[in-house]
Design a protein around this ligand. Structure first.
Ligand SMILES: [Zn+2]
Length: 316
C-alpha cells in the first residue's frame, strides 16, 4: 500500500485557463496532473480564490464561476480522479491505489452572506471554507484588519455552526487573531489552519503563535505547513530545511498528530528552495524519514488530514 499523501491547500485553480493545460502539463504551474502523480499525492485540496477585483460586489458571481470551472476540470479529468465530498469517497481513495481525489475549498467567504447561500455551495460540493482572506468580510476580519481588533461577526458565528452541522471544514488561515479565538470558542469540533506556519520561527501575521497552536491542538485540529518563503523565515532564502524546522517545532511541543501539509502552491510566487513544485514532495518525505518513525511520517504527509476529514465530512 502506498502512502496516503494530502496537500491541504493550493491556488492552482487561479492559474488554469483550460483544463487540458493542467492534464497535459502545458503550464508552468507548481501543480499539474503529472506532478500529482510523480509525488503520489492522494488528495489535493483545491482552493477557489476570489480575486480582489471582484470584491465585494461580484464575489458571489465569481465564486459560482470558479465552482463551474472546478467542475469542468473534474469532468475533463481522467476516470481515476474523484471529487471528495464524504466519508465514502475517502474510503474509495483508501481502497484503490489508483484513485486520486480533489476536495473543493473556498478561500475567503465573501460570497457567504446567508445560511441559504452556504447550503447552495455545499450542494455544489464545497467541503472547506477559509473564513476570510486578508480583508474583512461579512463573517469576520482578516489579518490585515488587526488594528480594529475585530473577530467573528454574529453571522460569522452562525455560519461556523452551520459549517459544523453540514460537515464542512472550518479554516482559520488568514483570519484575524481575535477571529481565531472566536472560532476556538464557537466551533463544535476540530478546525484547521490549512496553510499557516509557526510565528515563533517566522514572525509573519499569517503564522500562528504558540498559544494559538496549543488551542488548535486541544480541539484536535491540524496546521498545514506552508512552503512560502516569507512564512518560513524572517530573512534570507528559505529552503526545505526551514519547512522541516517548522514541522519539528510543532512535533517537539505537541507531538505528530496535528502537523500536516498546506503547500500554498500557485498562490505563492515560489516555494522554498528544494520544494519548487509538487513533484518535490518525496524529498520532504525522505527528510522526515531521517527524523521521525514511519508511522509519524505517514501522519504528517497525509494521515492527519485524512483523520480530520473522516471526523468532519458527511457520511454520504
Ligand atoms: Zn492563502
Amino acid at each position: 500500500m502506498s502512502m496516503f499523501i494530502v496537500d491541504g491547500h493550493c491556488d492552482t485553480m487561479m492559474r488554469i485557463t483550460e483544463p487540458k493545460e493542467f492534464y497535459n502539463s502545458f503550464t508552468d504551474t507548481h501543480i499539474n496532473w503529472k506532478y500529482i502523480q510523480d509525488a503520489g499525492v492522494k488528495l489535493e485540496i483545491m482552493a477557489l480564490f476570489v480575486e480582489p477585483q471582484y470584491k465585494p460586489y461580484q464575489s458571489l458571481v465569481r465564486t459560482v464561476e470558479l465552482i463551474g470551472k472546478f467542475h469542468q476540470l473534474l469532468d475533463e479529468g481522467p476516470k481515476n480522479l474523484i471529487l471528495v465530498k464524504n466519508k465514502k469517497d475517502l474510503e474509495k481513495l483508501t481502497n484503490d491505489n489508483s484513485v486520486v481525489g480533489f476536495l473543493m475549498a473556498l478561500e475567503g467567504a465573501e460570497a457567504i452572506t446567508s445560511k441559504e447561500i452556504l447550503r447552495t455551495l455545499f450542494a455544489c460540493g464545497l467541503r472547506l471554507v477559509t473564513l476570510t482572506w486578508n480583508q474583512r468580510n461579512h463573517l469576520a476580519d482578516g489579518v490585515w484588519e488587526k488594528e480594529t481588533g475585530g473577530g467573528l461577526t454574529r453571522l460569522g458565528k452562525e455560519i461556523v455552526a452551520e459549517l459544523n452541522q453540514l460537515g464542512i471544514v472550518v479554516d482559520v488561515s488568514h483570519l484575524s487573531e481575535k477571529g481565531f479565538w472566536d472560532v476556538v470558542e464557537v466551533c463544535s469540533g476540530p478546525f484547521v489552519a490549512s496553510h499557516s506556519n509557526v510565528y515563533n520561527i517566522a514572525s509573519h501575521p499569517r503564522n500562528l503563535k504558540d498559544e494559538q497552536i496549543h488551542a488548535l491542538v486541544e480541539k484536535g485540529g491540524i496546521i498545514g505547513i506552508n512552503f512560502c518563503p516569507h512564512f518560513l523565515k524572517n530573512q534570507g532564502n528559505a529552503t526545505i530545511s526551514d519547512v522541516m524546522e517548522h514541522i519539528d517545532y510543532i512535533y517537539q511541543r505537541w507531538g505528530p498528530d496535528n502537523i500536516a501539509l498546506g503547500s500554498d502552491f500557485d498562490g505563492i510566487s515560489e516555494g522554498a528552495r528544494g520544494l519548487e513544485n509538487l513533484s518535490k514532495l518525496p524529498d520532504l518525505c525522505d527528510l522526515l524519514a531521517k527524523k521521525f518513525t514511519s508511522a509519524e511520517v505517514e501522519k504528517i504527509m497525509g494521515l492527519n488530514w485524512k483523520r480530520l476529514l473522516q471526523e468532519i465530512l458527511p457520511s454520504c
